[in-house]
Design a protein around this ligand. Sequence first.
Ligand code: RFL
Length: 392
Amino acid sequence: DSADVVIIGAGPAGLVLGNLLLRRGIDCVVLERAGRDGLQKRARAGFLAANTVRILARGGLDGGLRRRGQEHSVCEFRTEEGRFRLDYRHLGRGEPHTVYPQHELVSDLQEQFLDAGGTILFDTEAVSVADADGPTPSVTVRDGDGRPVRWRARYVAACDGRHGAGRRSLPPGAVHRHHRDHGVTWLGLLAEAPPSLDAVGYAIHPSGFAGHMARSAEITRYYLQCERGTRPDAWHEERIWDELALRMRAAEYGPLRRGPFVQRTVVDLESDVLEPLRHGSLFLVGDAAGLISPSAAKGANLAVLEAEILAHALTDALVHGDPEPLDRYSERCLVHIWRAQEFSHWMVRLLHDASDSEGASLFQERLRHSRIASLRTSPTQQDWFAENYVGI
Ligand code: RFL
């Protein structure tokens, strides 16, 4: 079997890329390990940057988003010193977020790709990519019955996340991996409960960080900082709600609206970036290219941006015979990736005291206080925050 572009992974990166290529008449196929239904149920990201919405609109991929997405533009910080709000639509570049659950976006993108005649092979796991340094790379997959099948391509796009076949197939030394463990762990929760406040809530408390993000009228995401190694089911519901209420200072600012937790994930806050994002004819996109801690909600947004850049570059190479944009793919993406990493790292330091030694602890704590104070009081800092918070 063969296709000009073989895309591994049907997440936001793979499906945006697939749709944009198909639109330009490029022969491509998407290989996806999960079954069709499993893919549509995975709740993850929710906050889309203004630029992500523009990319999806340009590609005609924003139908569902326009109908069901909700604009959002206020965040509230709660600390020992009180609380303050930033209405970021009126700061920085004046842009809001659009709240649209990632699994709904994935399901729209999937439907659109299939309706346009695209092929997604579900239950098909890529095992390895071979001959990426030559003109005819290939991807070996295991089909639904466990049989090996080989896909030949001119280009392979690895959109299969951090544990995918794309990363695994890179020969030693071909790509450098920058890695940072922020030393912080979050329990990510989806509650079947309406939002408790009309803002994204960031609570900084001596017991640790707590976060609140509206998803829909019925579903709210919460984050609770926990010890490294905590199991997702370690705490029972009452204890989690009590802890969230304590850290979010519900006694002072209003109660949380409780409901059953329908999903729990433990996330170690980690970041990594691969450099370059290419090995011969194998390109890395989305989480496969770099992992970003969820502190600033940038992961899905970067995935969509990189997919658009790669779609243009592949079109130039395959339709116009111009390989130059492909040569610049990595460099162009890395500018955005490092900028997002820098902001995300700043957010980690704003929200936690993740110092690694006793002596550093008080020092870090004072710096964090000062960081919050300048965000509360300096209009310039607030503009900078808004630009980076919504921007990509
Ligand atoms: P995905 O979405 O992981 O999709 C990869 C796809 O590849 C498939 N796959 C394979 N297929 C074939 N063969 C193999 N060997 C394969 N290995 C894997 C997988 O089944 C899957 O379908 O990667 P992609 O497309 O790069 O998209 C990245 C985003 O999903 C990710 O960055 C975001 O979810 C991160 N993230 C957030 N990003 C935001 O922009 N805003 C947010 O609010 C936000 N919140 C979050 C998040 C991530 C979270 N977790 C789970 C770490 C909240 C959480 C809790």
